[in-house]
Design a binder for this molecule. Structure first.
Ligand SMILES: *[C@@H]1O[C@H](CO)[C@@H](O)[C@H](O)[C@H]1NC(C)=O
Ligand SMILES: *[C@@H]1O[C@H](CO)[C@@H](O)[C@H](O)[C@H]1NC(C)=O
Length: 473
């Protein structure tokens, strides 16, 4: 497994994010470095990472400053007198760790440089047993690689970590100049061991957060969409790019393989200090495909469902298309059975989202307690305008019927001109079908979870074959 990660890291080093025309069925997420900084900063706030360092003692007897280290036989300061002083110095306890200021630099093709600027408050006994209190500014500098875990999630891996000692302020106690130098040298030796684990813990929190990118988003009872990384994460100067696959599963867990149209998407450039998510047409088609295969786009329209002012009787039909009724008497109720046999077509272009639903409408007449009689069948295409609105976890959809076009597919009496029914059918569908559709499309278009980015305030733009969400960081 380790070998796998290394191989992936190596490959990743050779690629950089693409600009411009892209053929994608995946969701593209471009996370600004500000967003990454923010997530790192948040991982340090409130959590136990910093607290864990408190109380640690800059031990002299073992490790770096011990007999085999700095002070050992041939060491820098191997003389008895100073040794006891240094032993006391090295018993300093970390009392306080200031919340680090995170600064981050993306290194295209290499990884991420993460610097944590912090201040370490230390306390102990100084020369002659006096209280010694001091604070040292430290720059914890680390090099982190970005790869893909065996589960297919983005993962940050610590490659190098070192500390740079800055200014030391003495609050209480006395420390003559030679001992100050000893102190400095001692801190230089022990601080990496004390503070680099902070970076490791921080990456652990970040990786948990990044791990959520690979998530199973339920589409109510219809199924689910699983997001996984399609390729290794890419790094540019300003952002990290994740190419995320969406795998659609039915309610029983089977993978539904919808046709993947390889349509070009012209990815707009990303502004600094914003993150961008590009939702491909494929995800829209997929959600409507799932709705269609689950029968969620079908409806049986009975007179009880229709408002009183819209007639659903043979009497009214006789006015519009008398030839359609044959010998059927007036005054009977009508039933409309609408079935969607093929997946709807979604179009994203010219700042507009449109859904075309091909529907077969069986029109039947019914008498109480009797078997309904088939009158005729219409093949219609419903063109609906989709209003899109971002929320924290998905794109909300709201449909309105724009137009209807169809023809008579079969009739028990005479074939007639379907356009004569259009106005009436429009009213019926608007009143009964569209509201039902809007309840079912509340599943929305799921968005991947990326570092707690909240999409609800994002700016939405419909481009050719995709929707672009821009979130300020
Ligand atoms: C911290 O260390 C890094 C790497 O050595 C350096 O690039 C950065 O400028 C330092 N930051 C400060 C504030 O000293
Ligand atoms: C996302 O932001 C909106 C508006 O600022 C807020 O109402 C909502 O609670 C946030 N959602 C999450 C999951 O953080």
């Amino acid at each position: 497994m380790m070998l796998g990660v290394w191989a992936l890291l190596f490959l990743w080093g050779l690629v950089t994010p693409c600009e411009g025309l892209l053929e994608t069925v995946g969701t593209l997420a471009r996370i600004d470095k500000d967003e990454l900084s923010k997530a790192i900063q948040n991982s340090l706030v409130g959590g136990p990472i910093l607290q864990n360092v408190l109380g640690t003692v800059t031990s002299v007897n073992q490790g770096l400053v011990g007999s085999k280290g700095l002070l050992g036989g041939g060491g820098l300061l191997g003389s008895g007198g100073i040794f006891s002083v240094v032993e006391e110095l090295s018993g300093l306890k970390i009392e306080e760790l200031t919340l680090p200021e995170v600064s981050l630099k993306l290194l295209p093709g290499l990884g991420v440089q993460v610097n944590l600027l912090t201040k370490v408050g230390l306390r102990g006994s100084g020369p002659l047993g006096g209280l010694l209190q001091l604070a040292a500014e430290v720059n914890v500098s680390s090099r982190v690689a970005l790869g893909m875990s065996s589960r297919g999630t983005p993962i940050l891996i610590l490659k190098r970590c070192s500390t740079l000692l800055g200014h030391i302020s003495l609050f209480s106690g006395l420390l003559p100049a030679p001992l100050f130098t000893v102190l400095e040298q001692m801190l230089c030796k022990v601080l990496p061991d004390l503070l680099c684990p902070v970076v490791d813990s921080m990456l652990g929190v970040m990786n948990e957060l990044l791990g959520v990118t690979l998530s199973l988003v339920p589409l109510r009872a219809l199924g689910s969409v699983e997001f996984t990384l399609a390729t290794l994460p890419l790094i540019s100067n300003q952002y990290i790019e994740l190419n995320i696959n969406s795998i659609v599963k039915s309610a029983t867990g089977d993978i539904i393989d919808f046709p993947k149209p390889h349509v070009p998407v012209k990815v707009p450039p990303k502004q600094d200090h914003t993150s961008q998510v590009i939702v491909p047409l494929y995800l829209f088609s997929t959600v409507f495909g799932v709705l269609q295969t689950n029968g969620a786009l079908d409806i049986d329209i009975t007179p009880e469902l229709v408002p009183k002012n819209i007639p659903l009787t043979t009497t009214y039909l006789a006015v519009l298309v008398p030839e359609a009724l044959g010998k059927l008497p007036p005054g009977q109720q009508l039933l409309l059975s609408l079935r969607v046999k093929e997946a709807p077509t979604v179009t994203l272009q010219k700042k507009k989202a449109t859904v075309s639903i091909p529907a077969t409408i069986h029109v039947l007449s019914s008498v109480p307690q009797g078997t309904p009689t088939a009158l005729f069948q219409l093949d219609e295409v419903l063109t609906l305008n989709a209003q899109l609105a971002p929320s924290a976890t998905k794109l909300r959809l709201s449909l309105s019927l724009e137009r209807l076009s169809g023809k008579v597919a079969s009739s028990s009496a005479h074939i007639f001109d379907a356009s004569l029914l259009e106005e009436w059918l429009n009213k019926v569908l608007r009143a009964v079908y569209v509201p039902k559709l809007n309840v079912n499309v509340e599943v929305g278009i799921p968005l991947p979870k990326i570092l707690n980015v909240n999409f609800s305030t994002s700016v939405l733009d419909i481009i050719e074959n995709a929707v672009v969400l821009t979130v300020a960081s």
